[in-house]
Ligand binder design. Structure first.
Ligand code: GLN
Length: 279
């Protein structure tokens, strides 16, 4: 079997199963099996696969056709130019989240401290620490699997992160930061069932934002003043259509929010500062 034949067969399986981006995913999986960049495969349609390669490829393809997310099968995802480990049980990094990393990198003062709250695989804290080696970066998540993965990613990428497991600020009692960045669960509970098949394979813990999707914004916004230095920055990822609702939850201790759009043009990140410290 050749590259071209394998790709055609896998893409056919994917199309039948309703996989979005069927052809691209077929290429990315074959690239993984053959250990070559996916673009190279387009230029090598007649390259033969040996039996072991073909068997391995169609095993992975069957998993994708069963709508397992591509990144869980590959075991990795790119974010801010770094390759992060990804595992079932922890949210898959999204490109749209890069806007938060970019703002955090631009805003943190020299030698400042930062907290990545609800860190998942650790992408925000680690990207910040890699870009700003002078920063002292902490990460927290209620999920032990997320903390393990954050530590593994930090080790693999050579970032120094103090990752602690616990409910929001619970592991950071008595600590204040110059910047807090947070991508909380924000999907309204009743919408979880209607999500794309692949997203439903991700942990509900990382997605479920309560009845109106705002549960964690309320908690973070009420507790953040006690964990920010005066003038400290808070960066929140937003779900679709939540910019106004989350802005309305800001107490008078915060500056008027600035909202940034994602790659698709949707409001995705909210930035505000604490006017003065709160005891
Ligand atoms: N961005 C994710 C999605 O739309 C949700 C992540 C989250 O709840 N923070 O599927």
């Amino acid at each position: 079997m050749t590259v071209k034949e394998a790709l055609r067969k896998a893409a056919g399986l994917f199309l039948k199963a309703g996989v979005p981006d069927a052809r691209l995913d077929a290429r990315l999986l074959l690239a993984q099996v053959l250990g070559r960049p996916q673009l190279e495969l387009l230029a090598a349609p007649d390259l033969p696969l040996n039996e072991a390669q073909a068997a391995c490829y169609f095993e992975l393809a069957a998993r994708r056709a069963a709508r397992e997310p591509l990144q869980y099968i590959l075991g990795r995802a790119d974010f801010m130019g770094h390759q992060f480990l990804v595992r079932p049980g922890v949210l898959i990094p999204r490109d749209d989240t890069e806007i938060l990393a970019q703002r955090a990198i631009a805003l943190l003062k020299a030698g400042g401290s930062a907290l990545d709250l609800c860190c998942g695989s650790g992408i925000l804290g680690i990207s910040l620490q890699k870009a700003r080696p002078d920063a002292r970066v902490y990460a927290g998540d209620v999920s032990g699997q997320a903390i393990d993965l954050t530590r593994d990613n930090a080790r693999a990428l050579g970032a120094e992160i103090d990752a602690r497991q616990g409910d929001l600020f619970a592991p950071f009692i008595g600590l204040r930061f110059d910047l807090i960045v947070c991508n909380p669960p924000y999907i309204p509970s009743h919408e979880l069932e209607g999500l794309q098949e692949e997203v439903r394979r991700e942990p509900a813990l990382a997605l479920d934002g309560g009845a109106d999707g705002l549960h964690f914004y309320r908690r973070v916004l009420s507790e953040a003043p006690g964990h920010l230095n005066p003038g400290g920055i808070l960066l929140l990822e937003l779900g679709d259509g939540q910019a106004e609702q989350v802005s309305a939850l800001l107490s008078p201790g915060f500056t008027a929010p600035v909202v940034y759009r994602d790659l698709g043009g949707l409001p995705r990140a909210l930035e505000t500062r604490l006017l003065r410290g709160v005891d």
